[in-house]
Ligand binder design. Structure first.
Ligand SMILES: C[S@@+](CC[C@H](N)C(=O)[O-])C[C@H]1O[C@@H](n2cnc3c(N)ncnc32)[C@H](O)[C@@H]1O
Ligand code: SF4
Length: 451
């Protein structure tokens, strides 16, 4: 209780800050950085360093009201097929530029719902990707799976193409919550999907849950978690519901009066975290949990945990090539995002033009701040002496930020020499504290809540 009041006094329940899956965030991207930047960055890639590839499938058969992802509804496969053709054309454009011999260390299919693809399209798309990016010896292929939009044949097709990590959307199992977010998903359907994934040899299973949904209560989230734990997930992502109806128009269907208030939201997150830790999972960063034998836990313990657009990851590739509508590529020099709207993306491809719409070129200082934010989000601490190993004396520029954090966020942010650390009770403030490093909070952009 005492902590809650201090957190409230520090502004936790009023703050609106980015999730820092990148720095700067996409809100700072500009149309001045686009195709020519991307072309140059692709040409300069070192063929001896494997890259990560992200493929976006912006289609769903049902559109859940709570969802803030770039996607659109379709009841037929026609639009999906023509989109796959566009993806193949984009792959060919990339192939013409990248150096020979470049390998792919990671592949992630996200969406939307990649499992809207029938087995033939799964095989076709996988082959098209491998032609351009042959997998490296150590290769990880993960896919976002909607348990209500998948069957055994699709899972077997994905497994035969090398999928070794699956991420299933659950959100909440309570029927009233499901009704309020426009997403009906019976427990039995989800269990059958988990069984099919395990039978197909998928060793690593992640489950996505969301707290802060309409009508969610402590009893309901406890029941959801009890059910989720029967799947023995290797990882759990517990996202705070981002209610951003000005971005995601379908969220206007959500009854705002049924959303838990600030304090209830905080208690939901805290209780969920306690239950996962009590079940033997390790807390990873601000919103993930993983089994002690999972590579995410090993990565945390070895100080190699990273944060990227998908959240916490073991991925240490310095380049991410994003393909498809709205996808973001990350190069050591900066970011480029493809046209977000599927029609605009396809139109750019049809005219033979790179579909990049906007981006951001990182200055050396941005790179330093990006690393500092990532450190704080992953380890709840930043040590300027550690940062100076990579950034030299420039790292010392951040000392005033550390001092500001210690003053503004006392008693939770503690400065010792040139190291700032967030106390466990202050971890809900992490995004707010990280924002002290942020020099690119654009005017007029509205973020989701910090808590
Ligand atoms: C891109 S979606 C893909 C999920 C997949 N199509 C499904 O329905 O199972 C990935 C995850 O993002 C999370 N997500 C989507 N909208 C969100 C929001 N408004 N706030 C918090 N998390 C959200 C959900 O947990 C969801 O499972
Ligand atoms: S949660 Fe999944 S199925 Fe629902 S709209 Fe979002 S991407 Fe589509």
């Amino acid at each position: 209780m005492e902590h809650t009041e201090t957190l409230r006094a520090l502004g936790l329940f009023d703050a609106r800050v980015p999730r820092y899956t990148s720095y700067p965030t996409a809100a700072a991207f500009s149309p001045d950085t686009g195709a020519s930047f991307q072309r140059h960055a692709l040409e300069q890639l070192d063929p001896s360093e494997p890259v990560s590839v992200y493929m976006h499938i912006p289609f769903c058969e049902r559109l859940c009201w709570f969802c803030a992802c770039h996607t659109q509804g379709t009841k037929t496969l026609g639009p999906v097929e023509s989109y796959i053709e566009a993806l193949e054309a984009e792959l060919e454009m990339v192939r013409a530029i990248i150096p020979n011999g470049l390998k792919m260390g990671r592949l992630h299919w996200g969406g939307g719902t990649p499992t809207i693809l029938p087995p033939e399209l799964i095989h076709r798309l996988s082959e098209s990707i491998r032609r351009v990016f042959p997998p490296a010896q150590e290769f990880e292929f993960s896919v976002e799976i909607d348990p209500t939009m998948v069957d055994r044949a699709k899972i077997e097709a994905l497994a035969s193409e090398g999928m070794n990590r699956a991420s299933i959307g659950i959100q909440d199992f309570d029927p009233e919550v499901q009704k309020a977010i426009g997403r009906l998903q019976p427990f039995e359907t989800t269990r059958a999907c988990v069984e099919d994934l395990r039978a197909a040899g998928i060793a690593s299973l992640n489950t996505d849950l969301v707290y802060g949904l309409p009508h969610q209560s402590l009893a309901r989230i406890e029941d959801t978690i009890e059910k989720v734990l029967t799947f023995t997930p290797d990882r759990v992502a517990l996202f705070g519901y981002a209610h951003v109806p000005w971005v995601s128009k379908r969220q206007k269907l959500i009854d705002e009066a049924a959303l838990p208030d600030d304090l209830s939201r905080y208690h939901l997150a805290t209780r969920a975290g306690e239950l996962f830790v009590a079940a033997g999972l390790t807390a990873i960063g601000i919103d993930h949990f993983a089994r002690p034998d999972d590579t995410l836990t090993a990565s945390l313990e070895a100080g190699r945990l990273r944060r990227n657009f998908q959240g916490y990851t073991t991925d240490t590739c310095s380049t991410l090539i994003g393909l498809g509508a709205s996808s973001i590529s990350r190069f050591s020099e900066g970011y480029v995002q493809n046209a977000p709207a599927t029609a605009a993306y396809q139109q750019r491809i049809a005219t033979g033009v790179f579909p990049s719409a906007r981006g951001y070129q990182l200055s050396p200082e941005d790179q330093l701040r990006a690393r500092a934010i990532e450190e704080l989000m992953c380890r709840f601490a930043v040590d300027l002496d550690d940062l100076s190993q990579e950034f030299g004396t420039d790292a010392q520029k951040l000392l005033p930020c550390l001092t500001e954090m210690a003053t503004r966020f006392a008693p939770f942010a503690r400065l010792t020499g040139k190291r700032i650390a967030i106390a466990p009770e202050g971890r809900p403030l992490t995004r707010m504290i990280a924002s002290v490093f942020d020099q690119h909070v654009p005017e007029g952009v509205r973020y989701s809540r910090a808590s």
